[in-house]
Ligand binder design. Structure first.
Ligand SMILES: [Zn+2]
Length: 416
C-alpha cells in the first residue's frame, strides 16, 4: 500500500516537471528523476519486441567498438569490418576517441537525434545502414548479445524476444543462431541462470529485403531445426518488418506466411502492422488473416473498429513501443497514444522497446515511464503490463511458468 502511494507521488512530481510530452533523447533530466529510477529498478519481465543489433545504449555501443578494433568507422560514420574494402580514412573507435570524438558525437550520427529536417524514417533507416555491420562475425554476435543480456538483467528484464534476420548462406545463418545461443549460455553461467532469449526471425518489406524474403525464411527454419535451447525451440516465431507506409504490403507475403505457419507446427506469428497514421492502410486486416498471435505496434487500429473488436475478442496481444512511436513521429504526447484506449477496451498489451539504441538512452524503462505518466497508470497497472510480457511471450509452458514464478517473487520483494 505504502509503495503504491509513493508511486503516485513520484509520478505526480514527474508529470508536474515534464508533462506528458517526453523527449527521451533530449530531456536528459528524465533519467535522474525518482520515477525513472524506480521503474528502472522494478522487475519488468520481458521485452518482446526489440530489433537485432539496435539495442545497446550508445555509450555501450561505443565501448563495444572500442573493444573490437576489427571494426572501424568510415568517414561517413559507417561501421565497417576492417581489412579489405574498408574505405580510406576509416578509423578504429580507439583512434576516433583519441582524436577527440565523444559519445555525444556518435549520438548525433547514430540516433534519431541527428535527423534534423530530414524525414525521420529516412534518417532512421540510414542508421541501420551505418550501424548494421556491428555484428558481422559470430564472435561479434556473441559478445554483443552477451552485453545486451547483461544489460537487460541490470534493468530487471529476464527475457528477450529478439527480432533477427538471418542473412547470407545457411551456414552464415546457423553460425549467427549458434552465437546467439552461446551468448545466452554465457550470461546464464556468469550472471543469472533464469535469463532467457528467444528469436523472432524476420523478413522485410522494402526493396532491399524483399528479394531475400524466401531465403530469410528458409534460413530461419534451418536454424530453428538445428539450434535448440535444451529441448526447447530457440527460433520461436516469424515477422516481417520495415516502414509500412512506403514498403510493399503484407499482402505480397500473405500466402507464403500462411504456408510457413501451416507447415511448421508450433512456430508462432507476430507481424508488424498498423505502424502508421494512415486510415487507408489495410495491414492489420491482412495480419489478422495470416493468423497472428501478437500484433507488432497496431498503432492505427482505432481507425478500424471492427478489427479492434476482432483483436479484442481473439485476445491478441499488442506489442506497444511508445518511445519508438514518439521518436518516429507517430505520437508526440503520450497522453494521446491510442493504445491507452486499446487497454481500456480489454485488449492485452505488452510494452516494448523496438530500437532503443537509436531511439533512447536505454531499453524499456522509458517505455514504461511514458505510459505510466501518459496514461496515468497505477503501480498495479504497471504490474499487469509487466506480467503480460511473460504471459504473452512465446516461451514454452514450462519456461513460462518458471519465469512467472521467478518474476512474481521478485516483484513482491521490490514493491513490499
Ligand atoms: Zn519493430
Amino acid at each position: 500500500m505504502r509503495m503504491s502511494q509513493e508511486f503516485e507521488a513520484i509520478k505526480a512530481a514527474f508529470k508536474e516537471q515534464f508533462g506528458t510530452r517526453i523527449d527521451f533523447l533530449r530531456d536528459k533530466e528524465v533519467y535522474s528523476t525518482p520515477l525513472f529510477k524506480f521503474l528502472r529498478s522494478l522487475p519488468k519481465g520481458a521485452d518482446l519486441h526489440a530489433h537485432a543489433d539496435a539495442i545497446l545504449p550508445i555509450a555501450d555501443q561505443v565501448e563495444f567498438l572500442k573493444d573490437h578494433p576489427e571494426l572501424v568507422i568510415t568517414p561517413e560514420w559507417q561501421i565497417h569490418y576492417s581489412g579489405v574494402g574498408a574505405p580510406y580514412g576509416s578509423r578504429t573507435m580507439e583512434e576516433c576517441l583519441a582524436e577527440g570524438l565523444t559519445v555525444e558525437d556518435f549520438r548525433k550520427y547514430w540516433t534519431v537525434l541527428g535527423a534534423g529536417d530530414q524525414r525521420t524514417w529516412d534518417w532512421f533507416e540510414g542508421i541501420f545502414i551505418k550501424c548494421g555491420s556491428i555484428c558481422t562475425s559470430p564472435s561479434l554476435v556473441q559478445d554483443y548479445y552477451t552485453r545486451v543480456l547483461k544489460y537487460y538483467h541490470s534493468i530487471g528484464v529476464e527475457h528477450l524476444e529478439l527480432r533477427c534476420p538471418f542473412f547470407g548462406t545457411r551456414e552464415d545463418a546457423l553460425a549467427r543462431g549458434e552465437a546467439l545461443l552461446r551468448a545466452l549460455q554465457a550470461v546464464r553461467a556468469e550472471v543469472d541462470p533464469a535469463i532467457t532469449l528467444r528469436i523472432v526471425a524476420c523478413g522485410g518489406k522494402n526493396d532491399v529485403w524483399d528479394p531475400l524474403f524466401d531465403t530469410l525464411m528458409e534460413n530461419a527454419l534451418y536454424v530453428r531445426e538445428k539450434v535448440k535451447d535444451g529441448d526447447e525451440n530457440f527460433i520461436v516465431a516469424i515477422d516481417i518488418v520495415n516502414d509500412e507506409d512506403r514498403s510493399y504490403s503484407l499482402a505480397r507475403y500473405e500466402d507464403r506466411v500462411r504456408k510457413i505457419i501451416a507447415e511448421n507446427p508450433g512456430l508462432h506469428l507476430t507481424l508488424h502492422a498498423g505502424e502508421s497514421l494512415s486510415g487507408e492502410n489495410g495491414e492489420i486486416a491482412i495480419a489478422l488473416r495470416c493468423g497472428i498471435e501478437r500484433l507488432g505496434h497496431g498503432f492505427n487500429l482505432y481507425r478500424y473498429p471492427e478489427l479492434e473488436e476482432e483483436v479484442r475478442s481473439k485476445g491478441i496481444c499488442m506489442e506497444i513501443c511508445p518511445v519508438s512511436n514518439a521518436a518516429l513521429g507517430y505520437c508526440a504526447d503520450f497522453a494521446k497514444h491510442p493504445a491507452s484506449d486499446y487497454r481500456k477496451a480489454g485488449i492485452p498489451l505488452v510494452i516494448c522497446s523496438d530500437d532503443p539504441a537509436y531511439q533512447a538512452e536505454e531499453p524499456l524503462t522509458g517505455d514504461l515511464l511514458a505510459v505510466a505518466v501518459g496514461w496515468d497508470l497505477s503501480l498495479e497497472d504497471v504490474r499487469q503490463l509487466c506480467r503480460n510480457s511473460i504471459e504473452y511471450s512465446f516461451l514454452e509452458p514450462a519456461s513460462k511458468s518458471r519465469l512467472l514464478d521467478y518474476w512474481e517473487k521478485a516483484w513482491d520483494k521490490a514493491t513490499s
